[in-house]
Design a protein around this ligand. Structure first.
Ligand SMILES: Cc1ncc(COP(=O)(O)O)c(C=O)c1O
Length: 406
């Protein structure tokens, strides 16, 4: 029986308003532009496979074999032993020694972030996140009714963290410090001196460092050490995944390594308890983790060289555009340029204008926590050099017009 006369729409939770992920949200507008007949070049999502980079075949074989061998049931909630051991060995070989019982396999780094913040931060708790940030941190904190406190990173100093600003943000409620190094969206990595200061700061305030090291293998001149190498006894939880450096983002397979410090034992237990609730991450893909970390990595130097070439084209093209400046990325496949905006304009206004005029889709800086009037936006530079050159030509013309309109 219908009660349609009384019924109204089903209400949604208030927290949805605070949950925002601009990288995907902006696609709605891109689809409109596409429907109107313009070809859209999607430079919004950092997915190497979407630009023709291929998952290494031995990893595909490992997953295929796992499925054929019948590994299609649930697995242990922290992950299969072989994968956990491989993660522990990998981190240990990079100077952050942990045992396999402190490694957990997750549905990408994304799930690791969700599990860790859920396990460590109460409603009302605060977490220090970089500005600009990878937006999942702020989105998950919104879901928890917790609060992101943004610490500035400075484009005038190669997007290094502003440590004085960071220090000014600590309160009784601060629970964790997020360090994204190498960084998305800026492409920066931090020197040892900065890393030491971050470690000392966290130690002084009894904060856990959430070290997002997804791009650690994608320094353009070679792998970048984890921050934990500087102090293996610090309270650090490090994240990475198969998504970027192993070219398999759709597998949703990642991991976290919880530092060996006994100060982290309750956190480890809490994270494991939360992980029990989602049963396990995708099991067949877990069989690729040991293959990835112990096996042939010859795709990585090739990928790094491809990124370095694209970064150079990107910087050269952007810096030649009127009003545009950018810090050269030294890792990963993102850059965050800054356009000197006409008065009263916002980053979103520029990015939507660019999309409508050219079909080039970037993400506005305010989606990463930047002030809208700063004129920052993020480009994913994974497209081929030829395509990038064509894209930057479109962007240069459109930007000239945009600035001329005022
Ligand atoms: C800094 C950072 N952390 C985490 C993630 C999520 O990655 P995953 O695919 O491992 O969930 C990304 C993806 O772009 C990222 O850039």
């Amino acid at each position: 029986m219908s009660t349609s006369k009384l019924a109204t729409t089903i209400p949604v939770a208030r927290r949805v308003n605070a949950f925002s992920y601009a990288i995907r949200n902006i696609v709605v507008e891109a689809q409109r532009v596409e429907a109107a007949g313009t070809r859209v070049r999607y430079l919004n999502v950092g997915d190497p496979n979407a630009f023709g980079f291929k998952t290494p075949p031995h990893l595909i074989t490992a997953v295929e074999r796992a499925m054929r061998d019948g590994h299609n049931g649930y697995g242990p909630s922290p992950g299969i032993a072989a994968a956990r051991e491989a993660v522990a060995a990998e981190l240990t070989s990079h100077g952050f020694p942990i045992t396999a019982d402190r490694a957990l396999i997750t549905a990408g780094t994304s799930e690791a972030i969700d599990l860790v913040l859920g396990a460590l931060v109460d409603a009302g708790g605060e977490v220090l996140v970089p500005m600009p940030t990878y937006p999942l941190y702020t989105a998950v904190l919104a879901k928890l009714d917790a609060r992101a406190r943004y610490y500035r990173t400075d484009p005038n100093r190669g997007w290094q963290p502003d440590l004085d600003h960071l220090k000014s943000l600590v309160t009784r409620d601060t629970r964790a410090l997020v360090v994204i190094d190498p960084n998305n969206p800026t492409g920066a990595t931090y020197p040892t001196s900065t890393r030491r200061e971050l470690l000392e700061f966290a130690e002084r305030h009894n904060l856990v460092i959430l070290a997002d090291e997804v791009y650690g293998d994608l320094g353009h001149d070679g792998p970048i050490d984890p921050i934990g190498k500087l102090d293996p006894d610090a309270a650090i939880i490090t994240f990475s995944s198969l998504s970027k450096a192993y070219l398999a983002p759709g597998w949703r397979t990642g991991w976290m390594g919880v530092g060996r410090s006994p100060r982290l034992d309750p956190a480890l237990a809490a994270i494991k308890k939360m992980a029990d609730g989602r049963l396990c991450s995708t099991v067949p893909m877990q069989y690729a983790v040991a293959e990835a970390l112990h096996g042939d990595r010859s795709h990585q130097p090739i990928f790094r060289a491809e990124l370095k070439t694209r970064a150079a084209i990107t910087v050269e093209s952007l810096t030649a555009m009127p009003g545009m400046s950018c810090v050269a990325p030294i890792a990963g496949f993102y850059v965050m340029p800054k356009l000197a905006l006409p008065r009263g304009r916002t980053d979103e206004d520029y990015v939507l204008g660019l999309l409508r005029a050219t079909g080039v889709l970037c993400v506005y800086g305010s989606g990463f926590g930047m002030p809208p009037e700063d004129g920052c936006f993020r480009i994913v530079f994974l497209a081929s050099p030829e395509e990038l050159t064509a894209i930057y030509k479109l962007m240069a013309d459109s930007t000239t017009d945009y600035l001329a309109r005022g």
